[in-house]
Structure formats: C-alpha cells, structure tokens
Design a protein around this ligand. Structure first.
Ligand code: SAH
Ligand code: SF4
Length: 354
C-alpha cells in the first residue's frame, strides 16, 4: 500500500490503522509535500520504528527521474520511469510569470486521436495517484522545491492534466490525486488553478462534476460537426458533440468561470472559415472560451500545421461570435514537449536487450 495513493487528508487515520500516532501522518505529509523528501531515512523527526514502517513495501515510492530536457524557450520535459518499466512524461512550462506543470494520467492512451503522438503508443496502463503526484514531486525537486509561495512563477502555481493519457479514463486515480493537490495537508494548490482536459467521455464528465472538486474543465472538441470529429477522434462515434455540450452545461463552475474548448487546428482539415463559423454558431449560446492549438507535428504525423494568418482568421471569426478565442503558443517543440508530442517507445528499457 503506497501512502501517496490516499488523499493527504487520510494519512493521519492511515497511520493510526498502522499502529502509529496519527500526527505522524501529518509530519510525514510535511516531508513529502513541503520538502520533496520521500526517503523515510531522511525524516529526522520520526522515530526509527515509523521510518522502518514507511520503508517497508516502498510506502512512499514514486517514479524515478530518467531524464530532463530543457527547450530553448525554458520549457522542461521530464521523463519518469515507473517501477514496472514504462516511461511517462511531464512538462514544466514557465510563462508570463506562471509556472505550469502538465501531468500525465496514463502510460500511453487508448483514445486514438489521429493528430496525437501519444495515441500511437496505445494504452499501456493507468497511473496510480502516487505516480501522478510523483510527477509533481520530481518536477518540484528540479525547481529546487521553492516554498516561497508569494513569488509567483518560481514554484508550480498551475497544474493541467494535459500530458499523456485521457484523465477521465482513470478517474479512480485522478480524484484522489486532485484531493492531495488541493488539501492544505497536501500540496495546497487552489482548485481553480487545476485544469482537467478530456476528449469528451460524457458519463465520466458527469462523475467528475459530482465529485465537486472546484477545478476547471477543458474539452478537446477539435471539430465543429460530428462527421469530421469521428474521423479525427474515434471517440466521437461514442459521444456526440450535443451530448458533450450538455455535460459541459451541467458541470459545476463558479460564477464567471467557463469551460474551455480546445481545438487543434489541422491544415486543410478543420481550419476553414466556414468551419470557424459553424463552431461559432455551436458555441455562441454557451458560456465558453476556445483555445486554438495549431497542430504540432511529430515524426510520421499525417497532418500539417496551418499558416499563422489562417489561425488568426479562425480566431477572429470566433471573436465575432463573442467567444473568447486564444491561440496556444507551442512550448518546447524542439524537445517534443508541446501538446500532442508526448510519447515513449513501449520498451524504453531496451538497454537490457543489448
Ligand atoms: N487526453 C486529453 C488531455 C491530453 S491532450 C485530451 O485529449 O483532452 C492535451 C491537448 O493536446 C488536447 O486538447 C489535444 O487535442 C491536444 N493535442 C493532441 N495532439 C496534438 C498535436 N499534435 N498538436 C497540437 N495539439 C494536440
Ligand atoms: Fe489521448 Fe488526448 Fe492524445 Fe486523444 S489527444 S489520443 S485523448 S492524449
């Protein structure tokens, strides 16, 4: 049993169950989430018996850092190895006085979007909460674990679930991980600064809403009609755009918060002015904003990135419908860290074969 698989709020009870004083739970959480220390031997205020208990069964185990590549724009891509071999990736994005961490929720992805490099891996397996939170710990260690929260942009102040995998296909791990991210005994991040992005798994969107976490929702729409959507996102055959919009309408948001619709722009495929108008008509009645992501190519990708002017025309048409349209800047494309570029060989530990 890995403690990090439980929400931080439950650590005191868990310690009691293990025959320890419950306040040891909070002390341990402090080491892990405030100092980034997961080796029980370094937890100097714990008695040897408690440390031994934590060492057993790797109760605080996290994925190991395999490599970190820094892009010319400062974006850092981390590759982390899971205990059973697969490698996952996380991305640290410093921008405009912010530091955003992009987390993976699965090794690979089973959704199969045609424009996404992760899709080619297929789904290897779901990550556990400890493997999700372990990405945060490793990224914070890379930053030197800055604890001065007043200094915006030095420490991780935003978390987006937009790395490898479909977060809503792994709700059982996503929800406890988010609870530890937001709980004061855990990481203590405001839920408003956490965004979960989904390819539109309608029943799971409802379940996520019912968990009432106070987080932001983003949906990868990527097409203005079901026909085209099914072609580029096979999951569109299961859930229609109308069903997705209905689930978005029901999602609990605070005043003035809106669902974000992501739209990957593929040259000649979904970037035409009439498609922008269809999208505008579809979303105009709706409290929403659109995040346009010009396609990020990867080796062997079947699409191209549209010209900048085409992207601008598309954004301007949406603005004409009073929809806030932003264009996402690609961060870290030189180290394949940008949206849709995350992937690893299935057998990345090939070293053993040589
Ligand atoms: N699986 C979730 C979250 C991870 S993908 C989802 O699909 O929403 C994060 C974003 O990257 C999604 O909006 C997706 O549409 C976009 N994306 C995928 N491949 C891309 C590519 N090659 N170029 C640009 N954006 C891409
Ligand atoms: Fe999976 Fe998202 Fe990539 Fe689609 S875009 S294959 S859902 S990671």
């Amino acid at each position: 049993m890995n403690l990090l698989d439980l929400p931080a709020s439950q650590w005191p009870d868990k310690f009691q169950e293990l025959g320890e004083a419950s306040y040891r739970g909070r002390q341990t959480a402090h080491w892990v989430f405030r100092k980034g220390i997961t080796d029980p031997r370094a937890m100097t205020n714990l008695p040897p018996s408690t440390r031994a208990l934590l060492e057993e069964e790797r109760r605080l185990g996290i994925p190991s850092l395999e490599s970190a590549h820094t892009s010319v724009d400062g974006t850092r891509k981390l590759a982390l190895r899971l205990a059973d071999g697969p490698v996952i990736e996380s991305v640290l994005i410093p921008r405009k006085g912010r530091m955003t961490l992009c987390l993976s929720t699965q090794a690979g992805c089973g959704i199969g979007c045609r424009f996404c490099r992760t899709a080619a891996m297929g789904l290897i397996r779901n990550l556990s909460p400890s493997e999700i939170l372990g990405q945060w710990i490793q990224a914070m260690r890379l930053l030197g674990f800055p604890t001065d929260r007043a200094k915006e942009g030095l420490s991780i102040d935003h978390v987006v679930f937009m790395g490898m995998g479909e977060p809503l296909a792994n709700l059982d791990a996503l929800i406890p991980a988010i609870r530890s991210l937001t709980h004061p005994d855990g990481i203590g991040l405001s839920p408003r600064r956490i965004t979960v992005s989904t390819s539109g798994l309608v029943p799971k969107m409802r379940l996520l809403g019912e968990a009432n976490l106070g987080i932001q929702l983003a949906v990868s729409l990527c097409a203005p009609d079901d026909l085209l959507r099914r072609e580029i996102m096979p999951v569109g055959r299961i859930y229609s755009i109308a069903e997705i919009l209905e689930a978005c309408r029901e999602f609990p948001l605070r005043n003035r918060e809106r669902v974000t619709f992501e739209y990957v722009l593929l040259k000649g495929k979904n970037d035409r002015p009439e498609q922008a108008r269809s999208l505008g008509r579809l979303l105009a009645p709706f409290r929403s904003k659109v995040n346009l992501i010009p396609f990020n190519p990867f080796p062997g990708s079947p699409f191209e990135r549209p010209e900048e002017e085409v992207v601008q025309v598309f954004a301007d048409i949406l603005s004409g419908f009073h929809i806030t349209a932003t264009v996402r800047k690609s961060m870290g494309p030189d180290v394949l860290a940008a949206c849709g570029q995350l992937a690893r060989e299935r057998v990345a530990s090939a070293g053993a074969e040589y």
